[in-house]
Design a protein around this ligand. Structure first.
Ligand code: ADP
Ligand code: ADP
Length: 229
């Protein structure tokens, strides 16, 4: 589903690489934790998948396509196949829960009828039944992140990328979010989650890919993470 073939990313000529000769395959349906200290290259990895940044050397493939060869007019189609969730939720503050999720469908031209059916269904998946008419500020942090996840998956992407999705949440709330991500993964979506939260990684026992200074130093099935050295 995602392949990095000897990928190096330099943001500028003189700095050390953000990613340094990274090669990795993520199969369809996998759940992968991308771990490492702040600055190790996790966000860069995610931005390369979305074609928000370009590899300096090497090749990134997403769903069989070399992203460097995707013309700009087709980038929206690439991104439609990828849901993304961030640490800071990024909800529209003046729109209801329903409207935040509906918005993702409106922008790709889905009909009102389809939106009316899909939004309640996806809100149920993330455990937000009955919260349709709330505004983001009326929700807890965990609930806001559930809205963001609902918005990310409502168009049924093959890939869900999560960049520190539990970074603003307490441990109990974080575990609830992980259960949601696990359920989405079990429904067939490939999930890549960047985190430096060792407790979360150790509670889940998924594949763990560890970055240090832009290099993969470890790749383990049912792995653990001991945190930053
Ligand atoms: P992480 O997500 O693990 O914290 P990042 O991918 O954000 O790591 O950063 C990896 C390295 O690349 C760091 O040294 C960071 O300072 C640098 N970096 C990240 N984004 C940029 C950017 N837009 N311009 C220049 N350097 C960047
Ligand atoms: P806009 O800001 O585009 O005028 P809204 O933010 O009010 O629209 O909502 C976007 C869409 O979601 C509209 O079609 C609206 O009717 C619909 N909508 C909002 N909340 C609900 C809800 N709780 N149940 C059903 N439809 C809703």
């Amino acid at each position: 589903m995602i392949t990095f073939d000897n990928v190096t990313k330099l943001y500028d000529r003189n700095s050390r690489p953000a990613l340094n000769s990274v090669s990795l395959d993520v199969d369809r349906g996998e759940f992968v934790f991308l771990v490492g200290a702040s600055g190790s290259g996790k966000s860069t990895f995610i931005r390369l998948i979305m074609k928000e940044e370009h590899a300096t050397r090497g090749t990134v493939y997403v769903a069989g396509a070399n992203v460097a060869r995707i013309p700009s007019w087709r980038v929206p189609r690439l991104r439609r196949g990828i849901g993304v969730v961030f640490q800071d939720f990024r909800l529209l503050p003046n729109k209801t829960v329903f409207a935040n999720v509906a918005f993702a469908m409106q922008v790709i031209g889905r009909s009102r009828a389809v939106i009316r059916d899909s939004v309640p269904e996806v809100l149920k998946t993330v455990g937000l039944e009955g919260k349709d008419n709330r505004l983001p500020h009326e929700l807890s942090g965990g609930e806001q992140q559930r809205v963001a996840i609902a918005r990310a998956i409502v168009n049924k992407p093959g890939i869900l990328l999560a960049d520190e999705p539990t970074g603003n949440l307490d441990p109990t709330t974080s575990l609830g979010i992980m259960k949601v991500l696990d359920r989405i993964n079990q429904n067939g979506t490939t999930v890549v989650m960047a985190t430096h939260d060792d407790d979360i990684v150790n509670a889940m026992r998924k594949r763990v890919v560890e970055l240090r200074n832009g290099k993969i130093i470890r790749d383990e099935q049912e792995g653990i993470y001991l945190g930053e050295p």
